[in-house]
Design a binder for this molecule. Sequence first.
Ligand SMILES: [Fe+2]
Ligand SMILES: [Fe+2]
Ligand SMILES: [Fe+2]
Ligand SMILES: [Fe+2]
Length: 434
Amino acid sequence: MQAISQVPRLSGFEMVMALSSALDLIAPSVVGHHKRVAYMATRLAAASGLSGELQARVGLAGALHDVGVLTREQVRTLHDPRVASDEDDGHGEFGDRLLASFEPTAPLAPLIRHHHVSWHRDRPETGRAPIESHILHLADRVDVQIRLDGEILGQVPGIVDGIVERSGTSFAPDLVDAFRQLAEQEGFWLDMVTPGLDALLGGMLAGNSLDYALTFDNLLGISRLFSQIIDFRSRFTAAHSAGVAIVAQTLARELGFSPEDCDLMRLAGYLHDLGKLAVPAEILEKPGSLTQDELWVVRKHSYYTDKVLRTLSGFDTIRAWAASHHETLDRKGYPFRLGADRLDLGARVMAVADVFAAISEDRPYRSRMLGAEVLEVFDGLSAARKLDPEVIGILLANQDVLRGHLETVQQAVAEGYYAVVPSGRSDEPPSDNP
Ligand SMILES: [Fe+2]
Ligand SMILES: [Fe+2]
Ligand SMILES: [Fe+2]
Ligand SMILES: [Fe+2]
């Protein structure tokens, strides 16, 4: 089959910005938090005389700094301006380990690890927290005090007083001085609450270490990192996207897709559940049945996959394949109720791959399915014209090979998972619930 799509041409920086937007989906109250912190941190780094390269590194780290936050409870605590900021709940360490596992983002990892360390507890000369982490800490604490529903300029004196009060304790005195000067500029505050912050950051961080056109291998690597950020939030889903990626790629090959499109299918598999960053770990790990509210939160995730991937140029095909994985041929899927006439073969492949990977994994409320159970699920989906019967036929004909691929991937990912997740989360016993 002739290639129907082209490898997207975009930079690692654009991918990081997309991930940064996705991280804020976990709670409506924190929309824009990562990018405002990136902005303030970059300005503070410049005002403190850091080199252009370090400014860009601080900015990138700001854009991803809470990548290790898993639960809404953590978000509530971290964004409560009354709560002390140096309580370590482990999200800095988890974020560090996630980003350290991928070479291009590894330089950001140590900055993120220490972004809640107070100045008086850990001075840079002791060699633990770099000054860049203290910059992130200050920027983060400023942002949690900003009320987006009020006039920002009226809030400035109160925010500045609160920061100055903690100079020499929570925050480095030199950084507080730099912040006071920046805070005098109305533009400093208005930049953060005026639409267009993405473009502004693009200019400020131009030439950063991820601002280069990605090769396909780079793109695959960064997408694999994303899949881990999405899936390591729960041990039940730790290998899910990697499993979907390999199954979808193999099915595409069996269906005669070009080698290029098979590769794109793999990439789409890594990214298909990107919107799950909006689903807190409390829900992903819940052993019992979900409440109606929780079900609605889960139901939003593929919409968010679509929304975030829409911001990336050249991603139309990948987005269509990735974000349609809960759509059905009978127009009863979600989030767009597309139906048979609007679901191309790639989207149909992804939907089948997603179900196969999901039912082959343990969940808090049931064990993985095998053999006859798998057959029964797909017979039902085929008979009801939910998913494509031809794709299902190919899946079932190759079930053993696909299961082998899935198990290899699950094993490889599990090793990475146990190396990365904070202790105490990785060794929870499996639930006995059916
Ligand atoms: Fe944080
Ligand atoms: Fe934060
Ligand atoms: Fe999904
Ligand atoms: Fe999925």
